[in-house]
Design a protein around this ligand. Structure first.
Ligand code: NAP
Length: 283
């Protein structure tokens, strides 16, 4: 049987339409109070600049706004923290996105953790991660939260399933593992020191590949009928899983058009929720 394509592009489009309606409702309740996402880009990385631009464009498609802050390559931790503090106390700003990665002289973790919890719409703070892991209210890290939205939309059974997460980064692998665990998956987390990696991957009912290496996971590592979530994105539309492996799965996310659009729609959704909370529309 042909595998099901988990089409993130059309799902994200649908979500954006709902968000546009919600934004109109917010503006009817609070005229002039347009939800604003502040994006901070430090340095000159062209890929990061493209991601930030895409997020600003998504805001405008929905009827929200973005405030773009660009800082030079030589910015210090203290300077970046001062910018974040200013945005934290600005009532017109509802969400803050600090684009990862920042130049090496900056303590990225410290700066992420300076973002106020109620504006941490990209789910990057330790506090947000801890609360999400414990099942308390917090915005999830945007990429794994978008993956969860997609799994739920396509009614992929999770309870009792063996999920293998390849990667343990703070923005992807770790929060992904916690989210799957919270949905009663049995979770194996693999990383660069994992022994017998292929054997672990072969055990997966659900594989989430977030390894950051193009076409890394090979066809013969995949168990037939498993579900492949490919979070990777590399030039030329290549994911972290070799595309030869997709036909073996029962469902897979295409690259591009799978996980990527879900990340952006999740960020938009969480920014709008933050604005609704700030304006007292939802508690
Ligand atoms: P990352 O920070 O580089 O983390 C990669 C993870 O893979 C690390 O945990 C690393 O292990 C592990 N790893 C590296 N080599 C390995 C190997 N040979 N065997 C097993 N594990 C290995 O990457 P990331 O930021 O999580 O991103 C992962 C992928 O997702 C990338 O392709 C990125 O482009 C993509 N991504 C997509 C979106 C989106 O919106 N679609 C958003 C973010 C990221 P150690 O911890 O041991 O080093």
């Amino acid at each position: 049987m042909n595998p099901l394509i988990l089409d993130g592009k059309s799902l994200a489009k649908r979500i954006e339409q709902e968000l546009a309606q919600r934004t109109q409702a917010l503006l009817a309740h609070a005229p002039g109070r347009i939800p604003i996402l502040a994006t901070i880009l430090v340095g000159n990385d062209p890929a990061s600049a493209t991601y930030v631009k895409m997020k600003g464009n998504a805001c405008r498609r929905i009827g929200m706004d973005s405030r773009s802050i660009e800082l030079p390559e030589h910015t210090t931790t203290a300077e970046l923290k001062a910018v974040i503090n200013e945005l934290n106390s600005d009532p017109d700003v509802h969400g803050i996105l600090l684009q990862h990665p920042v130049p090496h002289q900056i303590d990225e973790r410290h700066c992420f953790d300076s973002i106020a919890l109620e504006k941490d719409v990209d789910g990057v703070t330790c506090l947000g991660f801890g609360r999400m892991s414990m099942g308390s209210d917090a915005y999830g890290s945007a990429t794994p939260a978008g993956i969860m939205t997609m799994l739920k939309h396509y009614e992929i059974p999770l309870k009792g399933k063996h999920a293998v997460v390849l990667g343990r980064s703070p923005i992807l692998g770790k929060p992904m593992s916690a989210m799957l665990l919270n949905e009663d998956c049995t979770v194996t987390i693999c990383h660069s020191r994992t022994v017998n990696l292929q054997e672990h991957i072969r055990m997966a009912d659900i594989l989430v590949a977030a390894v950051g290496k193009p076409a890394f996971v090979q066809k013969d590592w995949i168990r037939e009928g498993s579900i492949i979530i490919d979070a990777g994105y590399h030039p030329g539309g290549i994911g972290d899983v070799h595309s030869d492996a997709y036909p073996l799965s029962s469902a897979f996310t295409p690259v591009p058009g799978g996980v990527g659009p879900m990340t952006i729609s999740t960020l938009m959704s969480q920014t709008l929720t933050a604005a609704e909370k700030a304006l007292g529309i939802i508690l």
